[in-house]
Write a protein that binds this ligand. Sequence first.
Ligand code: PRT
Ligand code: ZN
Length: 284
Amino acid sequence: MKLKIAIQKSGRLSESSLKLLKECGIEFDNGLNKLKAEAYNFPLEVFFLRDDDIPQYVEDGVADIGIVGENVLLEKNRNVKTVQRLGFGKCRLSIAIPKDKTYKSAKDLKGLRIATSYATILSGYLKKKKIKAEIHEISGSVEIAPGIGLADAICDLVSSGSTLFTNGLKEVEVILKSQAALVSNKNLDKEKKALLEKLLFRMNALRSAKSNKYILLNAPNNKLKTICDILPGMKSPTILPLAEKGWSSVHSVVQEDEFWEIIEKLKANGAQGILVVPIEKMIL
Ligand code: PRT
Ligand code: ZN
């Protein structure tokens, strides 16, 4: 029994998807032009597919789980379950118009011809806003449509915005914020569910590790109480005596987002020799 995962064969999500599996300790051979690979050290089979096909493969059970952009998921509208957002492949689906056109609100889209590869999401958006516009569905190079007179506006993915800029377009509405997600078939059997849980356990350990740092510092014993109160830690900080009398070494874990604030407080309260070390895996 193996869990089958579908990931993008080649594109913006491929590298991060492979890296995620690798960081979960799963090893396999991903030579070029391979359609599938079997992991050596985990009951996992990896399918390399076009991202657009992943939702359907997962719905049909050809693959049990998959990694795909939320934009594709919503557009394909397949009956799959989103298990977890993965924090990479971030982008937004936006409407853009030629930069010299005036724009005040979504009402200005009325009657325009909008080119997009995301007809489903766009028509949902226009319907919700009660705007009548003409959707022109094309499969690629959407950004050139206004320049060649094919459309008045576009609805496409944006990340840095440089593609819009070089094509003389400006972003006027963000209709979706997207990132890569782990999805699963809705009818996994017990054994496959257990394998998915095992994989999720590893992913969560990685995620906690990434958002936390291990911190070591020296402090005079008479300041230990104050310093321990500043440090959140997993349970409580570890305190070890230093060779120098009256001093201790304090070890703890701090979250990335509150990190600088904590360091400043620690320094102000007599901490010295502060070391901050990345954590590879963290099991809570
Ligand atoms: O061959 P296959 O069908 O598998 O790949 P694809 O060409 O359809 O998709 P790919 O590899 O381009 O993107 C895969 C997924 O990456 C998308 O579905 C999104 O979830 C995510 N993603 C993140 C992006 C972008 N950022 C992105 N910037 N997908 C596409 N773009 C394109 C966008 O379409 C536009 O052409 O990049 C251009 C804009 O980028 P900026 O940086 O100039 O704004
Ligand atoms: Zn695609």
